[in-house]
Design a protein around this ligand. Structure first.
Ligand SMILES: [Zn+2]
Length: 503
């Protein structure tokens, strides 16, 4: 169908079906048309105005609520005189402020810093009971912008930086679209390997041609020598560094894998991996392969950045030892944990849509742990994340907090077509029916629905508890980090076993 310039294309959204009135609208509009094409256009325009009325109103309601809240905030409740803490007697603070401290906060908003209760200020002026009560109030997201701040981590785990992610996502999409080969097995195979998460990330980047080799740097406009720093002869491309360079050729041939790279007539590293996959090697073989590939990258970086030259002999000796140690450590861990079952009912989303699983856990430290994992249609993990929130709440509030965290991170990472899955039935019902209760739970549901307006497609689904092992374990381990964490294309070791079983 041709469409007029400037007129938005009509798109039917699955979530409309949840509104009972939509079916009536379709039935009525269809009847009025004289032939099929009239009926279609009648229905489209009826649905369009129905949508504006139904969802337009919803957005308006949201705005009104926001304004009301803003108004309340601006009324500036004093932390001392006004009642504002639901779980305290009289809803008021009874501690008297330190007389000698003229800087002590007067307003509630002074106790909030960057969307969180400010620990140090609260400790300074309030007693234990009040402190616990205040920290038990989950803060709503009044301003989405505030939630987009990102914390960078130092210990080698990735932070999801939306720019970086976008870049990778874009480099990923055309390849999937243009690839006539079925390279699905390659990605799944990578997830089945037992290698360190950092090596998995390396492998992923190598296959997507996302490593900062000189060819890629020059392509991005950087003024660097294009030649390979190891041989100084050819252009340093991904495939040269990992396969064609004399150094790489020697290593592959001398390794226990005995690969003669000259035997492969391929033009990219990914092609090579796909070809190797057709040989149906086992997990142990791939563990070695990826560790050797990574050691080539490491040797190159040691040479470029630190002037150190690693001998091939040394790599040949060390790599298999490291692989063995890691495999053994993983086996031990696997035996100690109860193995989760495969009967989990987890279904991958459609292509282009991302599925968000999330869960919450009570932590011993009196905080709520939240965890989430985002999968694509191939079952690959795109992001995993966890965080802790001060206070312990009823189950549904905790589940709602987890869903809110998950959706925030997804949006921040640029995932706008999503299925938000929860194993809490009440939360699922409230979200899909847009039912907002007048309670703490309702506040968080409202937040989630507000965030949902930023998605180009969102669907809510209810999954069984068993299908949520990764998110559940992320929530449980969040206490270990005490602060917000996100990993890109990988999950922390503690939950790795569950990822493989989720696919
Ligand atoms: Zn070279």
């Amino acid at each position: 169908m041709k469409r007029k310039k400037g007129k938005k294309l009509f798109i039917f959204e699955a979530m409309w079906l949840r509104e009972e009135t939509s079916i009536e609208v379709v039935r009525e509009a269809w009847k009025k048309g004289e032939d099929a094409s009239r009926s279609i256009s009648n229905t489209a325009s009826a649905l369009r105005s129905w949508r504006n009325k139904t969802f337009g109103q919803f957005a308006k309601e949201m705005r009104e609520c926001q304004n009301k809240m803003k108004g309340l905030m601006e009324q500036e409740q004093t932390e001392e005189k006004d009642p504002w803490i639901p779980s305290l007697k009289g809803y008021k603070v009874s501690s008297s402020r330190p007389a000698d401290n003229v800087d002590a906060p007067v307003w509630v908003k002074e106790l909030i810093h960057e969307g969180r209760w400010c620990d140090s200020t609260i400790t300074q002026i309030l007693n234990d009971e009040e402190r616990a009560a205040i920290k038990g109030i989950p803060l709503p997201l009044h301003d989405i912008d505030d939630m987009w701040a990102w914390k960078f981590t130092k210990d080698g785990t990735y932070s999801v930086k939306s720019g970086y992610f976008q870049e990778l996502k874009h480099s990923r999409l055309p390849k999937i679209a243009s690839s006539s080969r079925d390279d699905k097995g390659v990605w799944k195979g990578l997830w089945r390997t037992i290698i360190q998460p950092k090596i998995k990330t390396f492998a992923w980047r190598a296959m997507k041609d996302g490593l900062p080799v000189r060819k890629n740097l020059v392509a991005r406009g950087m003024q660097v020598d294009y030649r390979c720093p190891m041989c100084g002869e050819e252009e340093e491309s991904n495939v040269h560094m990992l396969m064609r360079c004399q150094d790489a050729r020697n290593l592959w041939y001398a390794s226990p894998l005995r690969i003669k790279t000259e035997d492969f007539n391929v033009s990219s590293f990914l092609e090579w991996v796909i070809e190797l996959h057709t040989m149906r090697m086992d997990v142990k073989w791939w563990n070695l392969f990826w560790n050797f590939a990574w050691s080539l990258w490491r040797r190159r970086n040691l040479w470029v950045f630190e002037g150190q030259k690693l001998e091939t002999k040394e790599m040949l000796h060390k790599v298999p030892v490291l692989v063995c140690e890691y495999e053994q450590a993983n086996n031990r861990k696997g035996k100690m944990q109860q193995t989760p079952t495969l009967e989990n009912g987890w279904k991958p989303p459609d292509e282009g849509v991302y599925k968000i699983n999330n869960d919450a856990a009570k932590l011993e430290i009196g905080r709520t742990g939240v965890g989430a994992v985002m999968h694509d249609h191939q079952g690959d993990v795109l992001i995993s994340t966890c965080d802790t929130i001060g206070g312990l709440f009823e189950v549904e509030v905790m589940e709602a907090l987890a869903a809110r965290h998950a959706l925030t991170i997804s949006l921040d990472s640029g995932l706008r077509k999503v299925i938000l899955e929860t194993d809490n039935l009440k939360l699922f019902q409230c979200l899909s029916k847009k039912r907002i209760e007048c309670s703490t739970f309702g506040v968080i549901v409202k937040d989630i629905l507000k965030l949902a307006l930023n998605c180009s497609f969102i669907d809510f689904s209810h999954g069984r508890r068993g299908g949520n092992k990764v998110a559940h374990n992320l929530a449980k381990i969040s206490g270990k980090y005490m602060e917000f964490r996100a990993w890109m294309e990988e999950v922390p070791n503690e939950v790795l076993d569950y990822v493989n079983l989720d696919i």
